[in-house]
Write a protein that binds this ligand. Structure first.
Ligand code: ATP
Ligand code: MG
Length: 370
């Protein structure tokens, strides 16, 4: 499936040369030569006298037996089950727009990857989803194929009150039900610029509320889910996101120190609840980047489930090369390689979220009542 992307945008990374000046491709060929030697070694002697079937049998004999009780076998079985569950399934429309803030002040835990892939999976299943890129890095905008060069109308203009959300929202080229408020590098100045303005903590909430009202008034169709992608900090941008949402989705990386900083995050959410947004709840925790071959990943998952049994999704996102490759093509993995382990896991996580009950109250109802 991913072969088709070769006709699309080229990856934006640079080829690194090995210490001897050879490109990775040439190093790979060198390694392949070793592999070819190995394969030659396992062929029975006198292979010229064997027919194709016998040669295939000899080759199959040389492949190690991968059972369901091995990590790889288990992953294949999981993928097959997910494929069967997800193919052709549609997601239920929530009774009202559900707004999630995807937050964790720890960097690189999968916030953006989670926001864009859950959103892409939901739109693929027929829902309408808005991603608000609330991080100056603009990674969510990139992954959704959204224009976000400096000067593009963006979250920055919305927060500073220069534009309405309706004026800056863009539609992803991959799905017309996938909308995005882009972020540009200009947003990096917003934390400081907001300090002196009125209602600095609730500007995103008011902008989102107005946008949802505007869509209803214009007959544009309801947005089913909103995901706000946050920067790795607990500053004013994240406070705005917490004020605008009813639910928090916390991605937790299945690594050592995974829970470090979580109590600070939860303390901040409590403060927001007490002073700005009583409706806010941590409804969802998603375990990400799990390396199925390690005990550590299993131990972290068990510890998170012990503390947050109700909130933690059953689905665990595996570490996957396809997931990490997708952004360099300006795509989510749902777009880039929909049948890969990572895409199937995110599709299942999206389905799980859509089947869980949303909160009973909303901070941003379409009719303007909060
Ligand atoms: N399941 C996964 N398997 C492999 N790579 C992944 C996976 N999830 C995320 N990544 C990669 O890890 C890196 C960090 O992920 P991501 O950008 O989603 O984290 P983040 O929490 O949004 O980071 P930041 O705190 O900088 O905003 C990215 O390069 C991403 O492609
Ligand atoms: Mg991010």
């Amino acid at each position: 499936m991913h072969r088709s992307v070769q006709t699309q945008r080229r990856p934006q990374f640079h080829v690194k040369h090995g210490p001897d000046g050879r490109s990775p491709r040439r190093l790979g060929r060198h390694q392949n030569e070793g592999l070819a030697n190995h394969v030659t070694d396992v062929r029975p002697t006198g292979e010229d006298s064997l027919d194709d079937a016998a040669r295939r049998a000899a080759l199959l004999e040389s492949i190690p037996d991968v059972g369901i009780d091995t990590p790889l076998g288990a992953q294949v079985a999981t993928d097959q089950r997910r494929h069967a569950v997800i193919s052709g399934s549609t997601f239920e429309t929530p009774s009202q727009t559900r707004v999630f803030t995807v937050a964790n002040q720890k960097g690189g835990v999968g916030k953006t990857t989670t926001a864009v892939n859950i959103a892409a999976a939901m739109t693929r299943a027929g829902l309408t989803v808005l991603v608000i890129d609330n991080d100056p890095q603009g990674n969510a905008s990139t992954a959704l194929g959204i224009e976000h060069g400096s000067g593009t109308p963006s979250t920055y203009d919305v927060l500073l009150g220069d534009s309405s959300m309706a004026e800056v929202v863009q539609t992803s080229p991959y799905n017309d039900k996938l909308l995005c408020v882009p972020s540009t590098i200009d947003l990096s100045g917003a934390e400081i610029e907001l300090v002196t303005v009125d209602s600095r903590e609730t500007r995103l909430r008011e902008a989102l509320r107005s946008y949802l009202v505007h869509r209803t008034a214009e007959g544009l169709g309801r947005i089913d889910y909103v995901f706000i992608d946050c920067p790795p900090s607990l500053g004013l941008l994240t406070v705005n996101a917490f004020s605008a949402a009813a639910e928090v989705l916390i991605p937790i990386q299945c690594e050592y120190y995974a829970l470090e900083g979580l109590s600070q995050l939860l303390k901040n959410i409590e403060l927001i609840r007490a002073h700005l947004n009583p409706a806010l709840t941590v409804s969802t925790i998603l375990l990400t980047m799990s390396d199925v071959r390690t005990n550590l990943a299993r131990e972290v998952a068990a510890e998170v489930r012990e503390h947050f049994a109700e909130q933690t999704l059953r689905t665990v996102i595996p570490r996957s090369v396809r997931i990490s490759e997708a952004p360099s093509y300006g795509q989510s993995v749902i777009q880039y390689d929909p049948s890969s382990s990572g895409a199937l896991a995110y599709a299942e996580a999206a389905r799980e979220i859509s089947r869980r009950p949303g909160p009973t109250t909303s901070t941003t109802s379409e009719d303007g009542t909060a």
